[in-house]
Structures are given as C-alpha cells and as structure tokens.
Design a protein around this ligand. Structure first.
Ligand code: ATP
Length: 290
C-alpha cells in the first residue's frame, strides 16, 4: 500500500460503498460525565465508504460523541456498533483515530518515525509479516505516511522538538499508516498550514475511493466540503441536523462552508426537523503552525 493512497483496497474486509453494514452505527446514545448529561439520544451512522462531518458549536458534544463511539467514555444509554460488531468486540486494528489536539510526545524520548510506526504494528502483524519483513514493511509504511503529511524530513527528529502543528501531522500519519477501514478525525487540521491541509484532504479522498469510511469533526468545512457525503450537527448534546452540508449562514461574513453554531444559553427543545442556526465565526482553525 501507499500510505498516501491509504486503505487496503484489495482487502476482503475493506468497507464496500453501499454495503449494508455501516462502519459506525450509534443508536440513542446518551453520555453523562461528572454528573452532567453531555449527550442525549444521539443517533449517528457512518455508512461504508461514507465521509461524514460532525459539526456544532464549542461544547456541543462532538468530541464526547466520538469518544463514546470508540469506547473511550462510557455510554449511559444506547448502543454503538463498529462494522456490525458491538463496541466491545470491535476490530480495533481496522480503526484509525486522531484525537483532538494532543501532543504526540509521551515524555519518553521518541522520534516521529517511531510514533507513526507504532500505528502500523498491528497492520503488519495482520498481514502475516514477521521478522525482517515486518520491520521493513512497518518502517516503509511509516515513512510514506510521514511523507503524505510532508514530514519525511522530520522522521528521525524527537517529537519533543516538533511544533504543535507538526505533532498533529505525526498523529494523523499514525492513523493513516494503519490503513484503516474507518478513520475518525477530531478537528484534524487545527494548526496545520493550508498546503498540508490540501494534501491531507487529497489523501483522504484517495482513501475514500479505496473504501475507507471517515468521520471527521470540523469547525471549518471548506477544505473538506467536496469530500463530504453528509453532515451531522450537534447542539447541546443532541442531533439537530443530519443530511447535506448546511450552507453557511448569510450575513455573518463566513466563507462558504464555514459552519459554526451559536452556543445558546437556553437549549431549544429537540425537533426532528433541522433547526440549525448557523452563524458567527468559528475559532481560527487555520492558524500558522511553525
Ligand atoms: N470528562 C468530562 N467531565 C465533565 N464534563 C465534560 C468532560 N468532558 C467534556 N465535558 C463537557 O462536555 C461538553 C461537551 O464537550 P466536548 O468536548 O464533547 O464538546 P465539543 O463539541 O467537542 O467542543 P469543541 O468544539 O470545543 O471541541 C462540554 O461542556 C464539556 O465541558
């Protein structure tokens, strides 16, 4: 495989667009953290080969929903299936996850290549590679994934020395190198320069063409818009829209695809009809990185 082209296009287990089993199906999910209800009765589906954006104001519950889907935070109610399996039995090697803005450094001296390579270990084993072949394959795949994120030059640099945006790119590369069937990205482009975002979006496009399903949390949708099959909008922990990418609210000066929600102090009751109030300017997600 090439990390840039991603995805195990030839794998029998790859998601098949239009196949009946969604990559991710969350039903009636509620989450309570520290005694606070964060999510209420949320349904979320990512069909095989679909690219779905998860949108909403700061604090609307996007990251919590992603973590609930992946089993990182517990469900108070509801059910999540990944590739048709209950969450606890999910085939984790088929899933790549880029958490929201986390440092790639662990405190242990580690190079960028080592961090990315860690993401490839299970894939190498799954492909039946051992010994020298396994070491070469994981190293080559990790180098390709770093190159896809324009970081080949930093492969042997300690991650502690990298900038925040470079950390983010290392973590994206770590997710890509797994050749995931489901890629879950939580605001992946925050702090990354535009050229790298464009290369990243092109990579995601190739992965989708090869059958990868994608759930991506976004504040700024413009770069991803051509790839998006659907957008799901959260407000106060509930789904208020599930369908086509909503247009930017006119009159607020946002660029097309610049979607952001007001965090209203008083939650409106849930309605099945889209009740999105798209407005205002998202936090600057495009800040320079280095
Ligand atoms: N561990 C926790 N304990 C208590 N409350 C939490 C916890 N984690 C998140 N929250 C709260 O849950 C709400 C939703 O947070 P979440 O991070 O999911 O929102 P978000 O939509 O991803 O926001 P952002 O766009 O700012 O990342 C927030 O009010 C947050 O303070």
């Amino acid at each position: 495989m090439t990390a840039a082209s991603g995805a195990r296009a030839t794998s029998a287990s790859a998601a098949v667009p239009g196949s009946a089993t969604p990559a991710l199906a969350a039903r009636d999910v509620s989450v309570v953290l520290s005694g606070r209800r964060i999510l209420s009765g949320v349904d979320l589906t990512v069909g095989a080969g679909e690219v779905v954006a998860l949108l909403g104001a700061n604090g609307s519950g996007k990251s919590t929903l992603v973590k609930a889907c992946l089993g990182i935070v517990p469900l108070a109610a509801g059910r999540v299936e990944l590739f048709g399996d209950r969450q606890g039995d999910a085939p984790w090697p088929r899933i790549g996850y880029v958490p929201q803005r986390q440092a790639a450094a662990t405190g242990v001296p580690t190079t960028a290549l080592e961090v990315v390579r860690a993401g490839a270990l299970s894939d190498g084993a799954r492909r039946g590679l051992f010994g020298g072949r396994w070491r070469r394959a994981t190293r080559d795949a990790a180098l390709e994934a770093l190159a896809a994120m324009d970081l080949a030059h930093a492969a042997d640099r300690p991650v502690q020395e990298l900038s925040g945006g470079q950390h983010q790119r290392v973590l994206i590369a770590r997710a890509l190198v797994r050749r995931p069937d489901l890629l879950v990205l939580d605001e992946p482009t925050t702090g990354i320069d535009l050229a790298t975002i464009e290369a990243f979006v092109a990579t995601i496009g190739r992965m989708r063409a090869a059958g990868t399903s994608v759930l991506v949390v976004l504040h700024e949708t413009e770069a991803f818009a051509p790839l998006l099959d659907r957008a799901v909008v959260l407000r106060h922990g509930r789904v208020v829209h599930d369908g086509q990418l909503p247009p930017a609210h006119p009159g607020h000066g946002g660029a097309p695809g610049h979607v952001h929600e007001h965090a209203h102090p008083h939650a409106e009751p849930y309605r099945a009809e889209p009740v999105i109030g798209l407005s205002d300017v998202a936090p600057d997600a495009m800040g320079g990185e280095e």
